[in-house]
Design a protein around this ligand. Structure first.
Ligand code: HEC
Ligand code: HEC
Length: 397
């Protein structure tokens, strides 16, 4: 059955006995006007997943300006922001690597080279998520987003791009290094920026005064990041009404994605509920990473632009989408071979236990996830940065 964003017809093709059963059950539920979240058969796709907005919402406390965005780009690329002047934000979030770094675990201080060629850096204990579309972090399926409360990191430990941008600068592993203590790093960076006339004048243009302070630095970086958007994937075009852009296989995959329960967590325009979940991904680091609240709970990641952001999961343990699907299938089969050794199946979130993933659905769901890719985002690389240091830090070795 073909889904059109405007109609409210049933959306699933019932190919398995289980689906016939669910379909029958849902009719009974509808007849008795019962609500049941687990039975989605008679819902419209757009009740679960939807296109991204065409425009970014900027916070009232930090409205858009071109001057701030331009300044933010320079700060994002300039290794002057790191303790040893050798690492910039872009060292781990590079446009040629989908604003991520292609590594299971990022390499921070002391690192040389970019992506898979990066060596000698202090290992950061998590996989670098992409910066693309972080302007939309926290968005719900009604397109509402509050950029001041946008959850950040695999454990949602901070809110907003402004607050997030401070933490890599403070982090000994990521940017600060050993030579400067945490309490002094921001003042050191401010002093350095004040000694570079181009920065003094750029801050003046962006903020109306020449004041270089922490708040203005973070405001500029966040404004730059909010401009890195990819919101016109084939899925977005389809949801906005162009029904010709998806193939039958992809539409089957979209329906299966909802039917088997992926959208219970990967819902909304970003394909994330931005909540913490225990899904039981295996460990590959010592000491083990116990997640946000010590329960092996991690934030649902976006599924947009997965073609650019492998390897997957908080620890980059899965190299391909096939690997990810095998993990979900084994859990859905009640098998614990792929499960984190510190957990048992009954400790997983209920949405995870409710997954009903068959082998048949894997190809179509992967095809569907690939409709969420959009390669048309800002990839500008500045020719130089005001400090005169190598653009992006030691990434060209
Ligand atoms: C050494 C590599 C490295 C550097 C340098 C770095 N990051 Fe990250 N970034 C990471 C890793 C790893 C995470 C995930 C950490 C976690 O979740 O615990 C992350 C997370 C993020 C996130 C959260 C995305 C989301 O969806 O939750 C944003 C935004 C971000 N970084 C921006 C920046 C900015 C801005 C800078 C420069 C000020 C920067 N990063 C510097 C590795 C790096
Ligand atoms: C219980 C909520 C939940 C359900 C259901 C769920 N996921 Fe996830 N998904 C997550 C969380 C949380 C992570 C990150 C886990 C981690 O890093 O340890 C994740 C990670 C992923 C990733 C890796 C993305 C990246 O950038 O690293 C993919 C791909 C994915 N899920 C696809 C799916 C598909 C397809 C389904 C349905 C078969 C599904 N998920 C069902 C919560 C869920």
């Amino acid at each position: 059955m073909i889904f059109s964003p405007k109609n409210t017809k049933m959306i699933y093709s019932s190919s398995t006995p289980k689906r016939h059963f669910l379909m029958a059950l849902s009719i009974i539920f509808v007849l008795s006007s019962c609500q049941n979240d687990d039975i989605a058969d008679n819902q419209n796709v757009s009740e679960f997943i939807s296109a991204l907005p065409e425009n970014v919402t900027y916070p009232e406390s930090n409205p858009y300006s071109k001057e701030k965005e331009d300044l933010g780009r320079l700060l994002y690329w300039d290794p002057i922001m790191s303790g040893n002047k050798d690492i910039a934000c872009v060292s781990c979030h590079h446009p040629n690597l989908g604003y991520a770094d292609g590594l299971s675990f990022s390499q921070g201080v002391g690192g040389q080279g970019l992506g898979k060629d990066r060596v000698n850096g202090v290992e950061v204990r998590r996989n670098a998520p992409t910066v693309i579309n972080t302007a939309f972090n926290g968005i719900n399926n009604n397109q509402q987003v509050d950029p001041e409360l946008a959850p950040m990191f695999w454990d949602n430990r901070t809110e907003s791009l402004e607050q997030q941008a401070l933490l890599p600068m403070l982090s000994k592993e990521e940017m600060r290094g050993e030579s400067i203590v945490e309490d002094a790093i921001v003042d050191t960076i401010i002093q350095r920026l004040n000694s570079i006339p181009e920065y003094v004048s750029q801050f003046e243009k962006a903020f109306g005064s020449n004041e270089i302070n922490q708040e203005n630095i973070l405001a500029a970086i966040a404004t730059f990041e909010r401009g890195i958007v990819a919101n016109n994937s084939r899925f977005d075009q389809y949801m906005r009404g162009d029904l010709t852009v998806l193939t039958d296989l992809e539409i089957d995959g979209m329906n299966a994605f909802i039917q088997v329960g992926c959208a219970d967590c990967h819902g909304g325009p970003m394909f994330s509920d931005y909540k913490l979940h225990i899904i039981g991904v295996k460990d590959n680091i010592t000491p083990v990473d116990r997640g946000a609240t010590n329960k092996f709970d991690f934030r649902t990641p976006t599924l947009r632009n997965l073609n650019l952001t492998a390897p997957y999961m908080h620890n980059g343990i899965h190299t391909t989408l096939e690997d990810v699907m095998n993990f979900y299938e084994s859990i859905s089969d009640g098998d614990d071979d792929e499960l984190n050794e510190n957990l048992t199946l009954h400790k997983l979130d209920k949405e995870m236990k409710n997954l009903e993933l068959d082998d048949d659905d894997i190809t179509s769901i992967i095809a569907f996830m690939n409709t969420l890719n959009d390669d048309n985002f800002d990839k500008t690389i500045p020719n130089s940065v005001p400090s005169g240091l190598p653009v992006g830090g030691n990434i060209n070795q």
